[in-house]
Design a protein around this ligand. Sequence first.
Ligand SMILES: *Cc1c(COP(=O)(O)O)cnc(C)c1O
Length: 385
Amino acid sequence: MKIPLRPTHLLVNLTQLRRNLEAIRAHVCPAQVLVMLKANAYGHGVEGVAPYIEPYVDYIGVAVLDEGVRLRQIGITKPILVAGGTLPEHVPYYLEYDLTLTVSHPAVLEAAEAAAQAQHKPLKVHLKIDTGMERAGIRWYEADNLLERSLRCRHLDIEGIYTHFANSEARETPGAPKKWGYAYPSEQLERFRSVLAFYDKRSLPRPRLVHAANSGAILNLPESFFDMVRPGILFYGIYPDKDVLRSVQVKPAATWKSQVVYSKLTQAGHPVSYGSLWVSDHPVRTVTIPCGYADGYFRRMTNRPQVIVNGKKYQQVGRICMDQFMVNLESDEAELGDEVILLGQAASGEQILPEDLAEWAGTNAYEVMTNISARVPRIFFKEDE
Ligand SMILES: *Cc1c(COP(=O)(O)O)cnc(C)c1O
């Protein structure tokens, strides 16, 4: 393992990622698994995660074209679906980098057919149906026309058709009254099925890969598995919500570590950090951690987080700075270089979950992980297997 120059780093356990993937695969079998590696593999570091996990996945998903191109540039050869919206003029790059295009707009379909014809290369397309997200995708009630047109595109390989849930983590009680203006997963699923009936009615085969389920649906909604599932957060070992069914056992793969770089006694009445937002009425030991909001440790958490120092949890105190923050050890001791865990489990068993940071920051675990900035080196390791 390469020693980082700075004490603050993100340790990523690749073996744990593979275990999470295997647990998901066992749960959804025989459905295939597309693993979402967008947003720098949810902050874990795509350049370490992608080459390691590639042999074990069926498909890779990213959000934007550039992420797909980057994966090809580092040598990834498995199919890659770009899930986000694309402008017609960007279609030729999908051919150049052998990426799977999401089509949800007639203009993009036309551009795709034209580009594939001009380059004499097949272009893989997944049609995206909006069944209640109101984000991107042809709406379920107007989809027939796009599907009809797609049948006429001789140069495209219409490999897939998919939708995305707005509330996959929501658990529905059968027979419970429905709220007006809420996108229920079961309703979205029904709408998606009504679109798939387009093929059945015409005795045409459906595209080979029908898919819908993200992490929440993988846990809660087995009817949504179809031919492939698209786990993101669950692959990284994080549950999308505290109320989801824990039907797959996963564990976080990332540990955010640092070290004490300053240790001192702070006198009573001597406030700590910018804005003097914390002051003790008795002398306490405070330590300084070289990590701040520029690393993704949210400034808005100030005075709320707990941090593990030498295996024990303590309170963060004073305004979180750009590059550093302080922790109150009360009467305990700590030396320069002592181990600090911001996220993850210590050998003592003490643990801080992404959900904990999410609560302190008033956000979700997705934002906590994707917010860990490029300044934090990612260190990848495998357990002895
Ligand atoms: C991000 C994303 C996912 C993964 O969502 P999770 O909730 O992290 O599992 C799946 N499908 C699409 C289209 C996405 O954009």
